[in-house]
Design a protein around this ligand. Structure first.
Ligand SMILES: C[S@@+](CC[C@H](N)C(=O)[O-])C[C@H]1O[C@@H](n2cnc3c(N)ncnc32)[C@H](O)[C@@H]1O
Ligand code: SF4
Length: 410
């Protein structure tokens, strides 16, 4: 049997400033102590060598690498290149491996882009969020409204064929017209991939404190649903059909790395707070860069904890992920005893449509009610009386990292 693909997620836990909505493991200058950006490269390479010792000679080659953050483009591209080389040396890379780098628009220059290409990056994912100055201000983004599109064009000119833009909807103060302009601007930029997520108010963030104090008001679920419909209309109309509930791409430009997460592949997460998965066991690294660096440079495993999923948990996860994909799913595979009956019922209610064989996929109405469809598959029979619109659950996001420790930790 062919072993599942092996993938690497590489976490760069530094940002020049913190956005008030974000709880990713990331530190701004002065917060990370030892374990600062200058130390990161050596730590990451040490962890990759440790991964090889643990995983043995049989693992590999690697089919995708994803440099995420934080802001990977705060580091010299040669650091990212050295880490990629270490992965290639230890595990091998398949010929057409997808190598993504997340980037903040304000960090993009022609020189940086040339450096990223020379380092082996093949795909760029830019955090645009919005083209509305007021929305960007609420999100504490430091780039200008046109900054992301400018960065995307520079990337295309430099020779990146795969550029993605991340968008956020449901920010306090955003109107449907402003969101429509944001999506329209993303479409006009000519990128081949767009992700659009509902803003999630994470506890402990500056945004959640403002919400709790009544300083900003969140839009209601109807606004989120209307934003989703606008995004789906404009993106699919421009030749980027949905391939996962929150992701649209020109066919052939889907993110292979994230498709791997959603398919349950194995991946190793390198860096502070990074999560890993192998054959149903998940583990996660210590979050603070100082503690992480101390562990990996001493040749120790930096893991902070691990869990092995029960059969029931694996079924739940498989169902949640499968339902979200446009490639469709087989209700009979997911619920052997009642699959056909369930497929009929979901189809009659306009929540799924048939694709090939016994496969179905969510209709747009089904995507808006995806959480409820998932619950129904997991606990048939269950009434759909409490349908709630999907809030853009970030399934790939929760796979890779956790919220950071307080700056003093470690
Ligand atoms: C963690 S960032 C890393 C990349 C880069 N630093 C950036 O901001 O674009 C990856 C994506 O997650 C999104 N994100 C972070 N927190 C979020 C939240 N609470 N709700 C929705 N999206 C979020 C960011 O806006 C960004 O597009
Ligand atoms: S959203 Fe991106 S830039 Fe903002 S704090 Fe989070 S990781 Fe850093």
């Amino acid at each position: 049997m062919t072993p599942p693909a092996l993938r690497f997620y590489v976490h760069v836990p530094y940002c020049s400033s913190r956005c008030g909505y974000c709880d990713f493991t990331t530190y701004v200058p002065g917060e990370s102590g030892r374990g600062s950006p200058a130390d990161w490269r050596g730590g990451a390479i040490a962890e990759i060598r440790g991964a090889r010792r643990q995983w043995g000679a049989a693992a590999g080659p690697v089919s995708s690498v994803f440099f995420g953050g934080g802001t990977p483009t705060l580091l010299p591209p040669t650091d990212l290149g050295a880490v990629l080389d270490a992965i290639a040396t230890e595990f091998g890379l398949v010929d057409d491996a997808e190598v993504t780098c997340e980037a903040n628009p304000e960090t993009i220059t022609p020189e940086l882009l040339d450096g990223l290409l020379a380092a082996g990056i093949t795909r760029l994912s830019l955090g645009m969020q919005s083209s509305d100055a007021g929305v960007l201000a609420v999100l504490d983004r430091v780039h200008s409204p046109g900054g992301a599109v400018r960065a995307a064009r520079l990337a295309q000119l430099a020779g990146f064929h795969r550029v993605s833009l991340d968008l956020i909807y449901g920010t306090p103060g955003e109107t449907l017209d402003s969101w429509r302009r944001t999506v329209g601007t993303a479409v006009e930029s000519g990128v081949s991939h767009v992700s659009a997520y509902a803003l999630k108010v994470e506890s402990g963030t500056a945004l959640s404190r403002k919400v709790d104090q009544g300083l900003v008001a969140l839009p209601d679920d109807d606004h989120a649903a209307a934003c989703y419909e606008v995004a789906d209309d404009l993106l699919s109309g421009a030749g980027l059909p949905w391939y996962e509930i929150s992701n649209w791409a020109i066919p052939g430009h889907e993110c292979d790395h994230n498709l791997g997460y959603w398919a349950g592949d194995d991946w190793w997460g390198i860096g502070p707070g990074a999560h890993s998965h192998r054959s149903g066991t998940r583990w996660w690294n210590v979050k603070h860069p100082t503690r992480w660096l101390t562990e990996v440079t001493a040749g120790r495993d930096p893991r902070a904890g691990e869990e092995t999923l029960t059969a029931e948990q694996r079924r739940t996860e498989r169902t949640m992920l499968a339902v979200r994909l446009a490639q469709g799913f087989s209700p009979t595979d997911l619920v052997p005893a009642r699959g056909a009956e369930l497929a009929r019922s979901l189809t009659q209610r306009g929540l799924v449509e048939p694709t090939v064989g016994d496969q179905v996929r969510l209709t747009r109405r089904g995507r808006l009610l995806a959480d409820s469809v998932t619950l129904e598959l997991l606990a048939w029979p269950s009434p759909l009386g409490d349908c709630r619109p999907v809030r853009g659950v970030r399934s790939e996001r929760s796979s890779r990292i956790e919220a950071k420790d307080p700056p003093s930790a470690g």
